[in-house]
Design a protein around this ligand. Sequence first.
Ligand code: NG6
Ligand code: CA
Length: 519
Amino acid sequence: MNKTLTSLAIIVASMLAGCGESAVQAPQQTAKVANQSSTPNIVIFYIDDLGYGDIGSYGAIGVQTPALDELAANGVRFTDAHSSAATCTPSRYSLLTGEHGFRSQAEILPGDAPAIIRPGKPTLASMLKKAGYATGVVGKWHLGLGDGDVDWNQDVKPGPLEIGFDYSYLLPATGDRVPTVYLENHKVVNLDVSDPIEVSYSQKVGNRPTRLERPELARVVADTQHSETIINGVSRIGTMGGGESALWVDEEFPDVFTGKSIEFIRANKDKPFFLFHSYHDIHVPRLPHPRFQGVSDMGPRGDAIVQMDWMTGRVVDELEKLGIADNTLVIFTSDNGPVLNDGYQDQAVELLGEHKPSGPFRGGKYSAYEAGTRVPTIVYWPGKVAASVSDALVSQIDMYASLAALVDVELSEGEAMDSLNTLDVLLGEAESGRTELIEESVGSFGFRSEQWKYIVPTTDTSNTEFLVRKDIEGGFMAEAQLFDLSKDLSEQNNIAAQHQDKILAMDKRIKDIVANGYQ
Ligand code: NG6
Ligand code: CA
């Protein structure tokens, strides 16, 4: 068994090429269907780069998260819940489409990338609209916008509004990527037409200095990739000219995004609504509002966690104030595992202390080990969901089919092909979740099957140096790795050599799933 990821990717590509319209579809209803459908409001709090061990109810040491602890104590707290990938774009892609990112080559996107969820593609938002929901997205997008060569001075589309959202207020890509402006529906907010925006990821545009040119102007030391245009005193990935009146101030994110989410909730409180509240925190650059600076023991990364906790609590409080908390299903989770140094020197490493961002798991963001995708996940629905801890294997990719079951929307053939209805598990009404799951990372596939965790071997070393710099174990090795998670939760003891038959079977199963979905 020495197939490389590259050869796997070729197999994946050839299998997908042969599938087309005639691909066999995954069954939509594998788990027991929860007893009744209803149309509660749905709020997904989607945190960025929050690790398994980063909040109180999951064992955080250097930071306190009272609002989230309250949700966890009164909802279902999952110990084996996963984002579909160990980075942002493919995880978000999966959450919104119910398909693995590899089906559409979803990878970390530059800030000027075209929309990867194309108009016409069914999404969680368009599905919920069929059930009468008002749909909104506030915060980080990072799924591309426009058709390519986007002009930020015109209507920026297609974007969320073309795939099922009624309202969007976006941070277009990431906090560390230009353009550093908000986009409300199709328009850049506060743009002065006489000062047009230019953005480039290939050459310098605009007059603003870069950190490479003027390091003394940047208030945070950054790596080369993050040392282009300096905006709000922080160098970014990519260069940007113009748009001065539209520039965001990073420290204002918590108030701006929380405010927009609350506005959306207030405006839609009398009908079912779906809010995808997608945070910048705790991604880099970590620049919390002054009222959160110094509130943790861990410097800006810990302070950003406290800020994120506050933001979440503020929205939940608003649901309560409006008297709609009992009719709102809240899902709290993260797009991938943790990273400390992700391009800026912000003392995340130096001030870590005993805190374990990955909890008991190996690896982190980008990684094929468990900490890449195993993330804190809480389902909270007062009066409906009983407080419990669930060890079931669950995935964000299943939100689509599960929420469709909740609101009684029948999925059409091929819609959300990797998504399984695990609603009863998500609501804490059943204990056995998925039996198998592909975990995407930047270098290989992890594959969970019952208690086993297999990591597909790869000879591609292109991510090695990058991950060494971040002090993250990627798990990308030329040998197959197999772990028995029932005995070895932190993936220390590779037992592949003793289980060649299992590896062959799992390898074959991955190819089946790639070709046909989970059936
Ligand atoms: C990487 C960036 C990283 C982060 C990531 C996206 C490096 C050297 N650079 O290219 O800082 O922006 O992209 O993160 O790692 S994500 O959470 O949106 O996927
Ligand atoms: Ca992320």
